[in-house]
Write a protein that binds this ligand. Structure first.
Ligand SMILES: *Cc1c(COP(=O)(O)O)cnc(C)c1O
Length: 435
């Protein structure tokens, strides 16, 4: 009994007449898996409801923010209460200071923070600040790491030159891209070579300490510490993009988990509880270079928005004692084990790889270990698309791309995981036909 998607299809057809591609962020259009996206009406806990009334167990979680699940009571109450007091003032509020104190309590080596509206803004500004602080122009990034869509970061490895970046989107000037050096993740030698080839010119290395944007990829032992040492040796700043991992892997993010400190950190997603907020943070010696104290410019009409600050505080407060992370770890470990069993039952266990870090997980349709962009790209995306659609029809909503992380929330239950694994047996069988 196939689910009806009539209302979703009609709603998306209408959207396409007015929104570019029918969406406000490309992955939502299902281009990577084919078919028409389900259009969402509402959500609660771990459950999404589409406009046809179909219910799904949601593993997208708005791509990371919803660590407590959808429409969580305390968050809804806090945001509603804030809205009644005024939605934006363009003036300082105590709510900003309170969320700042809370976020900085998780990153004790950082003394100052600035809130912005998106991870894109946070990363773009961290790069600007790093360039200003070092008086250098080049940056290093890893292939497959995503740091938002600012020009300097929409760059991929060039084919000829060892590391010089080329635009990954039309409209990015090649001259801007050329200042971004691209290396493979988990490859310290490549970073060393980039520093040596561009001696004294590198302002910063920016990296997702645990990757979520090529699917989940963990840092190999010593990788993050090695980056710290290389940046120190070459006078460059280390920027950890913790827009996904901040408050997701641990209260203090990947920096707490791996005990490596970045000079500048970007956070987003979880810190807003589903409202648009992100931030960059670092020691006062760096952050005081920002206007109005210093000369480096960055501003925002809706930055530090009172609804977002209230949502953020209601999200982070309950995570503070760390107990939530044990529960997320337990749930996601069971999910991973149950998926492995399902793959075995479907006879594809040797043809897939499950990467997990805390409550982030990706099932890669490739037999080899996935440790960087090149190995992630070896995945069979047609098999993933078949798996995705079979899961969707069984009421399990996965990211509509092989290269996105699944997110488990505190609203997921053991029953959700059992249902997911049961659906996965048939979905793996359908994917097997493509492998
Ligand atoms: C989502 C994401 C961004 C961009 O954040 P937006 O709020 O979508 O602009 C940056 N870095 C990482 C690691 C992300 O996952």
């Amino acid at each position: 009994m196939a689910l009806s998607h009539e209302q979703s299809e009609a709603a998306f057809a209408r959207a396409r007449d007015v929104l570019a591609g029918g969406v406000n962020s490309p992955v939502r259009a299902f281009a990577a898996v084919g078919g028409s996206p389900v259009v969402i009406r509402s959500a609660h806990g771990a459950t999404l409801v589409d406009v046809d009334g179909n219910e799904y167990v949601d593993y997208v979680g708005s791509y990371g923010p919803l660590i407590h699940g959808h429409a969580q009571e305390q968050i809804v109450t806090a945001v509603t209460k804030a809205a009644r007091l005024g939605t934006s003032f363009g003036a300082p509020t105590e709510a900003e200071t309170k969320l700042a104190e809370l976020v900085l309590s998780a990153y004790p080596h950082a003394g100052r923070i600035r809130f912005v509206n998106s991870g894109t803004e946070a990363c773009m500004t961290a790069i600007r600040l790093a360039r200003a602080a070092t008086g250098r122009e080049k940056i290093i990034k890893c292939a497959g790491c995503y740091h938002g869509h600012a020009d300097a970061l929409l760059v991929e490895a060039g084919s000829g030159a060892m590391t010089l970046g080329v635009p990954s989107s039309p409209g990015v000037p090649p001259a801007v891209a050329a200042d971004t050096l691209v290396v493979q993740y988990n490859d310290l030698d490549a970073v060393r070579a980039a520093f040596e080839a561009h001696g004294g010119q590198v302002a910063a290395m920016i990296v997702e300490p645990v990757c979520g944007n090529m699917g989940v990829v963990r840092p190999e032992a010593g990788y993050l510490r090695g980056l710290r040492e290389l940046c120190d040796r070459h006078g460059a700043l280390l920027v950890f993009d913790e827009v996904i991992t901040g408050f997701r892997l641990a209260f203090g993010g990947a920096q707490e988990l791996y005990d490596v400190r970045a000079d500048l950190t970007t956070v987003g997603k979880v810190i807003g509880g589903g409202l648009p907020v992100a931030a960059y943070l670092g020691p006062a010696s760096l952050m005081d270079r920002m206007a109005p104290v210093g000369p480096v410019y960055q501003a925002g009409t809706l930055s530090g928005n009172p609804l977002a600050m209230a949502g953020g505080r209601a999200t982070l407060e309950p995570l503070r004692d760390g107990a939530a992370y044990g529960r997320l770890e337990g749930l996601t470990t069971s999910l991973s084990a149950a998926l492995k069993e399902a793959a075995q039952a479907a006879g594809v266990a040797e043809k897939i790889r499950i990467n997990r870090a805390g409550s982030m997980l990706t099932v890669f349709f490739t037999p080899g270990p996935v440790t960087n962009h090149a190995t992630a790209r070896a995945s069979n995306t047609a098999a993933y698309a078949a798996f995705f659609h079979a899961m969707l029809e069984a009421g399990i909503y996965l990211p509509p791309s092989q290269f996105e992380a699944w997110f488990v929330s505190l609203a997921h239950s053991d029953e959700n995981i059992t249902a997911t694994a049961a659906a996965a047996v048939e979905a793996f069988r359908q994917a097997a036909a493509k492998l």
